[in-house]
Design a protein around this ligand. Structure first.
Ligand code: 5GP
Length: 189
């Protein structure tokens, strides 16, 4: 998606040659027009698929998921991140190691929001090692729902997440695929 790549080039900040900060339109300040265009692109890519729910993870996946849900007229569920504690029978949980925070957390979704009849599109802002997306996919599987695919705004293709998810049989659609960071510059495919 050219518009997205242009914004990343113009406003992205590369940290430690591994992390991309896009706080001006995605991770802190949010550009609603760009989020809507990203939503439209996801809808186009998954056209023809039956989608009844969108599943994302707090917090930066929410804006783009809501735009996609608005176009598709389906609800958006966001998994909450929380520290492991006593088990609760009414929630699905999956363990996810956070790439940015370098800690493991359980992500949780209330069972009432996912049924076996659901056909779910997972959306997230970044794909790095694939932990967050795999955790979300695991929750869809626990609910015995169908997983349509995984929509990613920015894929860091030099990290193993995309390959892992594709090998696991999931369809991954990433709107900007980063080949490498080089001297603070972003190199796309
Ligand atoms: P993964 O679970 O695929 O290792 O990492 C994806 C999650 O980590 C995303 O939900 C995102 O919040 C965060 N993340 C990973 N890499 C980056 C990055 O380069 N920049 C930002 N802003 N977030 C990232």
């Amino acid at each position: 998606m050219d518009l997205l790549k242009e914004r990343i080039q113009a406003e992205g900040l590369v940290l430690d040659n591994s992390l991309l900060k896009v706080d001006s339109f995605l991770n802190q300040q949010i550009d609603p027009e760009l989020m809507m265009k990203i939503g439209e692109e996801f809808v186009k890519r998954f056209q023809g698929e039956r989608i009844t729910k969108i599943l994302t993870i707090e917090s930066s996946g929410i804006a783009v998921s809501v735009m996609t849900g608005l176009i598709l007229k389906v609800p958006v569920i966001f998994a909450r991140k929380k520290k492991p504690k006593v088990t609760d029978d009414n929630v699905y949980t999956a363990k996810v190691h956070s790439f940015t925070k370098r800690e493991s957390n359980d992500i949780i979704v209330s069972k009432q929001f996912l049924q076996k009849e659901d056909s779910v599109l997972i959306i997230d802002d970044f794909l790095a090692n694939g932990e967050a997306a795999a955790g979300l996919a695991n929750i869809v599987e626990q609910a015995n729902a169908s997983l349509v695919g995984i929509g990613i705004v920015i894929e860091k293709s030099f990290q193993p997440g995309a390959q892992k998810l594709i090998q696991a049989g999931y369809r991954v659609e990433s709107l900007a695929r980063i080949k490498a960071f080089s001297n603070g510059q972003v190199i796309f495919y």
